[in-house]
Write a protein that binds this ligand. Structure first.
Ligand SMILES: *[C@@H]1O[C@H](CO)[C@@H](O)[C@H](O)[C@H]1NC(C)=O
Ligand SMILES: *[C@@H]1O[C@H](CO)[C@@H](O)[C@H](O)[C@H]1NC(C)=O
Length: 509
């Protein structure tokens, strides 16, 4: 498209936004639309320029576009058997290299119908504009946003749909389309879910050009591929919703490494070559599959935890559920809106169901001699009332005498209430001077474990004697659930005093 067109477009968008601001002010005054219809700006009623198509997909044929609902043609609503009594999902795709719908689209359609069988699942087709040079497609999000806003406004007015039953789901560039649409609709739509909103050209853009918390009553966002410099990261790095979730730190997703992806491509043969861009998209698209997981695996709901940074989360310090600090990932999210966006974290498995169980493990390493190690391989085994998880490898960043360490440990199986913890300190291949002077050994008096999923806290003590010994290259150190758990507050306080009075330093985190 020409430069002149772009200027015209910009002017037009600005005009549209001024009008939208005007209309939303009016909305605030006449909040009851059934009593006083809010005046709709005339440009919103002009359906002639709409290029995007709106297909009402069915649960039976989630792959096919069998019926389009056309703004301005009310008969198409009936023809497509749109159900005005229920909620409506609008799925918006992103940039496309092939110009075709990607395979996740029918998967998401099916998952939505699986969960809400009577719902309307509409897929927005803006493939022709999404199949351009990336910057061109990125610029088109404004026009597509206008299309979607017109469609939503129109169908809402035609059927008097409740605004609280409209949920837009946008992937990549589609997330910004949803944001722009939500900004322009006559009244605020209920929810927008941003699935790894696109980063390039949007990271530093103004709120009205990207997905932002003001675009819906509730905006939840999954960030799954935010690697590289802010301008080049495929996914947007900054938070753009009420709740912004960064699975596995948001940078890169498990199972998306080159080796795994290449193996998948190789086994698919020639057909696999066409999937070459899966390598790039794996982490990006994970956002969608995490959402699908929340729809279809309701009994394996992933939990997310509010935290300032991924580093703090990795120390296991953010597993609290007090004051809405934890939430559910995906469809079942508890719609908590704080004035500032809340960053939330979790770890996941590398395949569906993605849920893992999070534990904070905290212990004090006591040593007589001066000992200091970095990057030490530990093996941790957890035994619970339902099952066990043995030999979870853990790389301990630092292992220093007379310090307290806290870290995050995850298991992919539910082992129930923890009963026994075993630690083993593996010998790495690097030569260590301390080995020369005898075996490297730490004393551990107790181990504290907090579960994110159950919020329980359990103290573990050495199976035999006051101290457990962790020996480099040695046997498993066994800790059992302590009876201390049942102590009353006073006893605990006395115990703490006693502890600090003797062996333990005061710097426990
Ligand atoms: C809005 O209008 C409906 C129908 O006239 C009425 O029942 C309802 O009480 C009104 N709500 C408010 C908040 O005024
Ligand atoms: C650790 O602390 C204990 C006393 O709490 C002390 O005896 C021991 O020497 C300390 N070890 C080091 C390496 O400072």
């Amino acid at each position: 498209m020409g430069k002149g067109n772009l200027h015209f477009l910009t002017v037009w968008i600005i005009l549209a936004q001024i009008l939208a601001t005007f209309s939303s002010t009016t909305t605030a005054v006449y909040d009851n639309s059934t009593v006083t219809p809010t005046p709709v700006p005339t440009w919103m009623l002009d359906y002639t320029g709409i290029v995007s198509k709106f297909s009402l997909r069915t649960a039976e044929e989630p792959d096919d576009d069998l019926c389009y609902i056309v703004p301005g043609e009310p008969e198409t609503i009936k023809e497509c058997e749109f159900n005005p009594e229920t909620q409506t999902f609008v799925i918006i795709h992103g940039w496309t290299v092939t110009g075709m719908f990607e395979s996740w689209v029918p998967k998401l359609v099916s998952a939505l119908y699986n969960r809400e069988p009577s719902a309307n699942v509409i897929v927005v087709d803006w493939l022709s504009r999404a199949n351009q040079h990336y910057p061109t497609s990125a610029a088109y999000t404004k026009l597509v946003g206008v299309d979607v806003a017109k469609f939503v406004n129109w169908i809402q007015n035609e059927l008097q749909l409740p605004w609280d039953k409209i949920h837009l789901l946008g992937y990549s560039l589609g997330a910004h389309v949803a944001g722009i649409a939500g900004d322009l609709t006559q009244r605020q739509i209920s929810r927008i879910t941003g699935l790894d909103p696109a980063g390039p050209t949007f990271e530093h853009a103004d709120n009205e050009n990207i997905l932002s918390p003001g675009d819906a009553q509730f905006v939840d966002v999954l960030h799954t591929n935010t690697r590289g410099s802010p301008d080049r990261s495929i996914g947007i790095q900054r938070s753009v919703g009420h709740i912004d979730i960064y699975p596995n730190g948001g940078t890169f997703q498990p199972g998306c490494d080159i080796q795994n992806t290449l193996m998948g491509i190789a086994s698919a043969g020639i057909k696999g070559l066409q999937n070459m861009d899966q390598l790039v998209k794996c982490s990006h698209e994970r956002s969608i599959h995490l959402f699908i997981d929340s729809l279809v695996n309701e009994d394996q709901q992933s939990m997310v935890y509010s935290c300032k940074t991924q580093d703090t989360f990795n120390k296991g310090l953010c597993l609290s559920c007090r004051k809405n600090r934890c939430n559910k990932l995906g469809y079942n999210v508890n719609k908590v809106r704080s004035p500032r966006s809340t960053k939330m974290y979790l770890k996941t498995r590398d395949m569906m169901p993605y849920k893992v169980f999070h534990y904070q493990v905290k212990m004090h390493f006591f040593s007589e001699k001066k000992l200091s190690f970095t990057e030490q391989p530990l093996m941790i085994s957890l035994f619970g009332t339902y099952g066990e998880k043995e030999n979870i490898p853990f790389q301990m960043p630092t292992l220093v005498g007379n310090t307290t360490v806290s870290f995050l440990l995850t298991t992919d199986t539910d082992i129930g209430d923890l009963m026994i913890v075993k630690l083993r300190w593996e010998k790495d291949t690097i030569f260590s001077w301390s080995d020369l002077w005898g075996r490297s050994k730490f004393h551990i008096r107790k181990l504290r474990v907090k579960s994110g999923e159950t919020q329980s806290r359990v103290i573990f003590k050495s199976k035999d004697g006051e101290f457990a010994f962790l020996v480099r290259g040695g046997e498993d150190t066994v800790f059992v659930k302590s009876k201390e758990d049942n102590m009353n507050r006073k006893e605990k306080l006395m115990h703490k005093l006693k502890m600090h009075g003797t062996l333990f330093s005061q710097n426990e985190a």
